[in-house]
Ligand binder design. Structure first.
Ligand code: ACO
Length: 325
């Protein structure tokens, strides 16, 4: 009998401070940086994003999302035997955000660790949790994507600072004989490390190199559209399914044009794509679980439906998870 990883519950959290494009443009104008709602909407589809307060760390956002996912799942933190957090913006160099979340949730003992695969991080984390559940080493896993990208943006660089936001999303997985995760597919190619990176690092008590996000937007765009189609097809092939079997496409929320191109390549109509980039911006590893939770809670996603989750991000990394909800 095959053991599946089934989603028991989802949750998400967005910081209170919400900035529309007009709000952000007004703030940037004070620093002599020119942008507009029209430009941002036309090129990216983004209309607003949330920024964390100075007092919040990614672990705080992750904990809020986790609490909601646990409530939706109807289990307590003590029932968990695995916690994985996908993040590229941890509170500290170490320990991991996952151990902080574990402590915030008032539990201890189960393994807890972070995964760093930038915007593909949640897909990587979900795949690892699924492998551990299938192998029998975990029965109930909490998988979170949490980011505070506003801390690593250069607000003098209008080509990047308008694109990102902060937030967290979480799922609780449980080992089940009922179908859950049907197939997964992960990839990376380090030769693209320079087209999307934060080159700075902590060194002997200071920061060496530039600690803000650098991106070659057009190179990222071209690469993203190609790999998102490839990885979706790879997961479908592993499950002996076709694009017609997908009820909802939940891609990484980076840019509406990338998402539309991907849907077109998969012959899916736009109304089958869950879009939250307009309200959240690009929240990196948090974007897929945030979009998933949004569509679960507003009733679009129903039990028994087939979901294609897919991500692409710095590294370059990319991958997909095909699942029965
Ligand atoms: N406001 C106003 N004007 C701007 C802004 C801005 N915020 N940013 C750039 N411009 C200007 C540029 O200076 C340029 O002006 P010029 O023609 O006078 O030189 C003009 O707009 C066009 O700039 P491009 O960079 O060519 O614009 P493009 O159409 O490529 O759009 C974008 C840029 C949105 C970044 C696009 O390349 C893109 O979507 N790339 C994908 C990258 C992405 O989504 N990254 C997210 C992170 S990666 C990930 O999550 C996988």
């Amino acid at each position: 009998m095959r053991i599946y990883s089934r989603i028991l519950g989802t949750g998400s959290y967005l910081p209170e401070n919400r900035l529309t494009n007009a709000d952000l443009a007004a703030e940037l104008a004070q620093q002599g940086v020119e942008t507009s709602d029209e430009w941002i909407v036309e090129r990216t589809g983004i209309r607003a994003r949330h920024f964390a307060s100075d007092a919040q760390g990614s672990s705080d956002l992750a904990t809020e999302a986790a609490r909601k996912a646990l409530t939706a799942a109807g289990i307590s933190a003590d029932d968990l035997d695995l916690i994985i957090v996908a993040t590229s913006t941890p509170d500290m160099v170490f320990p991991s955000v996952a151990t902080m979340v574990q402590h915030n949730l008032g539990t201890a003992g189960c393994p807890a660790f972070d995964v760093q695969a930038v915007c593909s991080g949640f897909i990587y984390a979900l795949t690892i949790a699924d492998s551990m559940i299938q192998s029998g080493s975990a029965k109930r896993a909490l998988v979170i994507g949490a980011e505070i990208f506003s801390r690593i943006l250069d607000f003098k660089d209008r080509t990047t600072c308008v694109l990102f936001g902060d937030g967290a999303g979480a799922v609780v997985l449980e080992a089940s004989e009922q179908p859950g995760i049907l197939a997964t597919d992960l990839h990376a190619d380090g030769k693209y490390k320079d087209i999307l990176c934060v080159p700075g690092h902590v060194n002997r008590g200071g920061i060496l190199g530039d600690p803000v996000l650098k991106m070659d937007g057009q190179a990222v765009f071209k690469l993203a559209v190609g790999v998102l189609e490839d990885t979706a097809r790879a997961s479908l092939a592993k499950a002996n399914m076709s694009d017609a079997d997908i009820d909802w496409l939940i891609p990484h929320q980076a840019n509406i044009r990338i998402m539309q191109s991907t849907a077109k390549k998969l012959k899916m109509s736009a109304d089958k794509v869950v879009v939250t980039v307009d309200q959240h911006g690009n929240t990196s590893a948090a974007s897929i679980p945030l979009a998933l939770d949004t569509a679960v809670r507003d009733g679009r996603i129903q039990r028994g439906q087939t979901l294609m989750l897919e991500g692409v991000g710095g590294g370059f990394t990319w991958g997909s998870v095909l699942l029965r909800y």
